[in-house]
Structures are given as C-alpha cells and as structure tokens.
Design a protein around this ligand. Structure first.
Ligand code: FES
Ligand code: FES
Length: 157
C-alpha cells in the first residue's frame, strides 16, 4: 500500500511517521507510536472514545486522515500528565470523583474537557455538557464526569 511520511508535533516532541496513506490519526497513534490511550469505540465519529487535541481543538482521531496532520500539534492523554508522573488536574478529579468505571471513554472525556478548559477556564455547566456531548459513556451516567470537570474549572482539585 502507498505510504505517506508526515512530520508533526506529538505531546511536545517533533515526530515523523511513515504509514499507509489510508490510516487515520487514531490508527497511527495506536499502532505506529504505541500510544493506546485514545480508544477505538465506533470508528465512525460517533462515540468520542478516540478524542485527542489537534491545534487546540478536540477532534475524533478515528476520522482524521493522517496526511492532514502534517505540521500540526497533537496532544493525547499520554501527554497531559507531568513529566514525573503527576496526574493532570482532570485525571486527578476523575479518579477522586468516581468518574471512571470501565475507563473506555475516559481518555476521550478528559481530552474534550481539557480542550474546553484551555479555552475557557471557567465554563458554565451548560458549556461543559456541550463540550462533552460527543463523548459517550455506557457506565457512569455522566453525573460524576460533569462534576469532575466542574471541580477543575472551579480550582477545587
Ligand atoms: S472511535 Fe472515534 S468517534 Fe468513536
Ligand atoms: S466509564 Fe465505561 S464507558 Fe465510560
């Protein structure tokens, strides 16, 4: 299969990947870079389990064609903890607020929430709900997730 070589920034590092031209960003992250935090749930842009941040926006990486990542900046859930392993405030709040059960949706939820808080550190609850509306959770019922994001927004972590 024809391959493409792409150069981009991944969690702060300049990287190059040579992968089949038909691959998505999600497949490249998981199979080329072995970053498996972003999950494949539906594979068609409906569940949000694959959410990562590209140039500041939350995107469904399963739908993102790898040739389009050239020159962009990608942040995955693996890139948000401190270098020494300190959890990001959202990761900490999800854990402490019981917002994680099976965990399959969690990295996508956290990346959608991070994209929101990076742009708006003090969002209304409605803004949080809107930002997470593309992320499905089959376990928690969403209440603890919304509360976890609100805790971070209020600085109560
Ligand atoms: S796997 Fe990408 S939206 Fe479901
Ligand atoms: S914690 Fe299981 S899908 Fe959300």
């Amino acid at each position: 299969m024809k391959k493409v070589s792409v150069c981009f920034t991944l969690n702060g590092d300049s990287v190059t990947a040579e992968v089949p031209v038909t691959w998505s960003l999600l497949k490249t992250l998981r199979e080329y870079f072995e970053l498996t935090g972003a999950k494949e749930g539906c594979g068609v842009g409906e569940c949000g389990c694959c959410t990562v941040i590209v140039d500041g926006d939350a995107v469904n990486s399963c739908l993102y064609p790898i040739p389009e990542i050239e020159g962009r900046s990608v942040v995955t859930v693996e890139g948000i903890a401190g270098k020494e392993g300190t959890l990001h405030p959202l990761q900490k709040a999800f854990l402490e607020n019981n917002a994680v059960q099976c965990g399959f949706c969690t990295s996508g939820m956290i990346m959608s929430a991070k994209a929101l808080l990076d742009k708006n550190p003090d969002p209304a609850e409605e803004d949080i709900r809107t930002s997470l509306s593309g992320n499905f959770c089959r376990c928690t019922g969403y209440v603890q997730i919304i509360e976890a994001v609100r805790r971070v927004a209020k600085g109560n972590t």
